[in-house]
Structure formats: structure tokens, C-alpha cells
Design a protein around this ligand. Structure first.
Ligand SMILES: Cc1cc2nc3c(=O)[nH]c(=O)nc-3n(C[C@H](O)[C@H](O)[C@H](O)COP(=O)(O)OP(=O)(O)OC[C@H]3O[C@@H](n4cnc5c(N)ncnc54)[C@H](O)[C@@H]3O)c2cc1C
Length: 452
């Protein structure tokens, strides 16, 4: 065999890094890579997760695009694995496949009231404000007081996007339906709840600091949460990140009470136990916790409530099963050993690999998906004896297959067209880009005059 035909499913950072690493590896044989993506545009959560007011992070798209532009990788967008193409199809056309399908839905939080109208998952809200084509265009922003459950960066993103005045988002790529929704929001108070203390947060310093700089938003912290025990003091003394974040929080505590029209309240040692309401969310109830001496928290039996009309749970993302593949329902990942997929019997599944969030769960930054991809690709390249023996390894046959099924696939050239279209939409408003949301409009721009 002179050419490894490699399929990668999911064109987020994990899939694109995997393609890049396979392409550049010292391998002794050629490689030809096809990248399948269910959306008409690549880049996964960099486009549909990273907040619009984080243009520096969104800029990673530039580096990912260079991989797709550089040859040896073909992009097939608007192709859904499981619908448009199956594992059997891939077996007929490739020697191996890497799944890098990430995670897009919210992890569950099993507390009473979680299903009430007005209780939302952060992932759904993120998909809305980041203009994901497959979610409704309208978002019910009618609450004055809102609770956000969680102490990770997604909770910070959600709290910031809720509290920030839309005028301060206008230099960004936010689409028109999101601008209209946020502009009508009557929100005044956002309450962020964490079940442990300020020294246990999972935020990162940059993101936390940024929150304190949002115009016309005051930070409200409570002295009782800062009565640090030995474990917290140790964490601050030994972990640079925790130290920096503690300094940020202490700085906010010293601020004079403000007169901003919106407020962000932090409640630590607060374990949500119930979302209140009968037909709609009217409040949230939590148990006050305390340090357990080992860096964790235990209940105190004291309960508090806060009136809110909406609750967002930012308690983590969760992967989705893929047709024909094993799935670990507990962790929301494809079971694997260093990226080599394992069957229900624990044995390696020949030719099938995983990388990114679907491999190791929805934690970690974009950069982490690179080292992760190295590990997976290393196995792919060494596992020659386990590869499939495809009937149709030539590059043309998979195109014929998609066309015979009437799949309106997009390509990297199509992304260039959509990219240029989005940039042109920004020009009249002096913005770098206005994101296109509707799948039809994305396809129209990507496919151009093509009759496909
Ligand atoms: C709200 C939020 C904000 C974040 N902000 C930051 C940040 O500021 N900085 C940072 O470094 N990291 C950030 N991250 C983390 C970062 O987004 C992830 O580390 C990274 O995107 C994971 O990459 P991935 O390729 O594994 O998954 P994804 O980015 O989810 O990509 C998976 C791709 O697979 C596609 N796919 C799924 N199913 C199928 C299918 N059946 N067929 C074909 N294609 C499919 C998806 O459409 C998607 O394009 C953030 C994450 C979230 C959720």
C-alpha cells in the first residue's frame, strides 16, 4: 500500500489537528485525508462555542484554515455521519477512521424543577448566541433576575453574555437575531452559584478578570464566602492560577458599591437543591455548604432562596452516541485506549479511532486537542496491520457516493465563499464579520453558483 486513505469525522479543532499531524508525520507512506463535517462550516466549537466577544480565541480559525488550505486534506461539509455516510461506507472507502465529533449538549443536573419552563442548559444558550444553524432563532430573554449554576468558564461566558449590554457586543460577529434578542433583555441581576469556595473555582484568570471589566456591570461578593480554611489557603499558596484569581476577587471585594444598571452576584458554598415554580421558574433554592477540610464541601442544613425568573445550568457538556459505534453512557465518550476505540468486550475495534472531546470528555482548552490528536494519530500510523482493506480506496469514489445520494456537500473553497460573504455583511456596520445563521443561507453562500 502506498497511500493511507484516512477519514476523519468532525471538523472541530481535534479533527483538523489530527489531519495536520497525520499529514506532517514521518511515516514512510503517503496519506490522503477526507474530513467529514455535519455543518456547512468547519471549526466546531471554535465557531459555535467560543463566545463572540473573544475574537482572539476565534482567531485560531485562521490557523485551522491554513491546515485545510494546505492540500492533502479534503473537507466535506454538510455531511452528517450516521445519515449521509455510515461506518459501512467508510469501511468501503478508507483504511481507517478517526472520530472527532466533540460534544454539543448539556450534561444533566438531577434536581427538582430542572425541567420547568425558564430552566435552560448553557450549551443551548451558547448555540443560540453563537448562531448555530440547528437551533431556534428566538431565545426567551424575559427574566430580570437570572441564576447561572456552575463555576467553570462556560458559566462565566453565559453570565457575561447575559449581563453585557448589547452595544458592547457590537464590534463582534454576533448575528442580527442575537443582537435583537439581547437588546430586548430586561435583565438586571445575574447570580452565579458554585457549590464550593472561591479557591475551588474552575475558571481561568484571564476570563475571570475580563468579567470585572464589563461596562455598567457591578460585581457583588459576600464576605462570608472568604473565610478560608487551611485547604483553601494552601491552594492559594501553591497554585499560581488560584493565587491570581484570588487577587482578582479580593480586588473586586475592595471596590466601592457601584451604581451600574446590571449586577453580577457570586454565591459560593451554594449547592442548588431545587428550582422553584409551578408553571415557570420563580426562584432557586440552595443549601449552604462548608469546607470539609479536604478541599471539598459538605452540607450545613441551612437553605437559602433567591427569586429568579430563569436558571441556566453550566455544569458541563456531554458527548452523543454515533451510529454503529460503542458508547460510554456514563462519561459521554467513545470508549478508547489512547484513542484506539474499544468494543463492548473491551477489545480494540480495528480501524476505528477517536480524538478530542469525544475521546476524553468535554474538558480542556482548544490547545489540549492538539496533544490529544498526536497520541491518536500515532496509533493510527503504527497500526497498519489492523487497518481495513477498502474496496474503493480511490479519492473519486467517495465523491461519487455522496453525489449519488444527493448530499449537498461543501468544500474548503465553499468555506472561503461563506467567509467572504460574512465579512461583506460586516462592512456596512464597520464590523469584521456578521455571522450567517441559517443553514440554507450558509449553503447558498458556500455552494455559490454551483448547481449541486
Ligand atoms: C461554551 C464554550 C466556550 C469555550 N471557550 C473556549 C475558549 O475561550 N478557549 C479555548 O481554548 N477553548 C474553549 N472551549 C473549549 C474548546 O471549544 C474545545 O476544547 C474544543 O472545541 C474541542 O474540540 P473537538 O474538536 O473535540 O470538538 P468540537 O469543537 O465540538 O468539534 C466537533 C465537530 O464534530 C462535528 N460533528 C459532530 N457530530 C457529527 C456527525 N455525526 N457527523 C459529522 N460531524 C459531526 C461537529 O459539528 C463539530 O464541528 C470552549 C468550549 C465551550 C463549550
Amino acid at each position: 500500500m502506498t497511500t493511507l486513505r484516512l477519514a476523519i469525522v468532525g471538523a472541530g479543532p481535534a479533527g483538523i489537528y489530527a489531519a495536520d499531524i497525520a499529514k506532517k508525520a514521518d511515516r514512510g507512506f503517503d496519506v490522503s485525508i477526507d474530513l467529514f463535517e455535519r455543518l456547512p462550516a468547519p471549526y466546531g466549537l471554535v465557531r459555535y462555542g467560543v463566545a463572540p466577544d473573544h475574537p482572539r480565541i476565534k482567531g485560531i480559525i485562521g490557523a485551522l484554515r491554513e491546515v485545510l488550505d494546505g492540500g492533502a486534506v479534503r473537507l466535506f461539509g454538510n455531511v452528517d455521519f450516521g445519515t449521509d455516510i455510515t461506518l459501512d461506507d467508510l469501511r468501503k472507502h478508507y483504511h481507517a477512521v478517526i472520530f472527532s465529533t466533540g460534544a454539543i449538549r448539556d450534561a444533566d443536573l438531577a434536581i427538582p424543577g430542572i425541567d420547568l419552563p425558564g430552566s435552560y442548559g448553557a450549551a443551548d444558550f451558547v448555540s443560540w448566541y453563537d448562531g448555530h444553524p440547528d437551533v431556534p432563532r428566538e431565545w426567551p430573554l424575559d427574566a430580570r433576575e437570572v441564576a447561572v449554576i456552575g463555576n467553570g468558564n462556560v458559566a462565566l461566558d453565559v453570565a457575561r453574555m447575559l449581563a453585557k449590554h448589547v452595544a458592547d457586543l457590537m464590534p463582534t460577529e454576533v448575528p442580527p437575531n442575537v443582537v435583537a434578542g439581547l437588546a430586548a433583555s430586561p435583565v438586571t441581576d445575574v447570580h452565579v452559584l458554585g457549590r464550593r469556595g472561591p479557591a475551588n473555582v474552575k475558571f481561568t484568570p484571564l476570563e475571570l478578570r475580563e468579567l470585572g471589566e464589563v461596562p455598567d456591570v457591578d460585581m457583588v461578593l459576600h464576605d462570608e464566602d472568604f473565610d478560608y480554611d487551611e485547604a483553601a489557603k494552601r491552594a492559594i499558596a501553591t497554585n499560581k492560577q488560584v493565587l491570581v484569581m484570588d487577587r482578582i476577587l479580593q480586588g473586586w471585594r475592595k471596590r466601592e458599591p457601584g451604581t451600574a444598571s446590571r449586577r453580577l452576584h457570586f454565591h459560593w458554598w451554594a449547592r442548588p437543591v431545587e428550582i422553584l415554580g409551578t408553571d415557570h421558574v420563580t426562584g432557586i433554592r440552595w443549601e449552604r455548604t462548608e469546607p470539609d477540610g479536604m478541599g471539598g464541601a459538605r452540607g450545613t442544613g441551612e437553605f437559602r432562596t433567591q427569586e429568579v425568573q430563569a436558571v441556566y445550568r453550566a455544569v458541563g457538556y456531554f458527548g452523543s452516541p454515533l451510529a454503529g459505534l460503542p458508547f460510554d453512557e456514563r462519561h459521554g465518550v467513545i470508549p478508547n485506549h489512547e484513542g484506539q476505540v474499544l468494543g463492548d468486550d473491551g477489545a480494540l475495534v480495528p480501524g476505528v479511532y477517536a480524538t478530542g472531546w469525544i475521546k476524553r470528555g468535554p474538558v480542556g482548552l482548544i490547545g489540549h486537542t492538539k496533544s490529544d490528536a498526536m497520541e491518536t494519530v500515532d496509533h493510527v500510523l503504527r497500526d497498519g496491520s489492523m487497518w481495513w482493506s477498502p474496496e474503493h480506496p480511490d479519492e473519486a469514489s467517495v465523491v461519487e457516493l455522496l453525489e449519488s445520494r444527493g448530499v449537498r456537500y461543501t468544500t474548503i473553497e465553499g468555506w472561503h465563499l461563506l467567509d467572504a460573504h460574512e465579512q461583506s455583511l460586516g462592512v456596512p456596520e464597520g464590523r469584521a464579520r456578521v455571522k450567517v445563521v441559517a443553514r440554507d443561507e450558509m449553503l447558498a453562500a458556500s455552494l455559490g453558483a454551483s448547481a449541486r
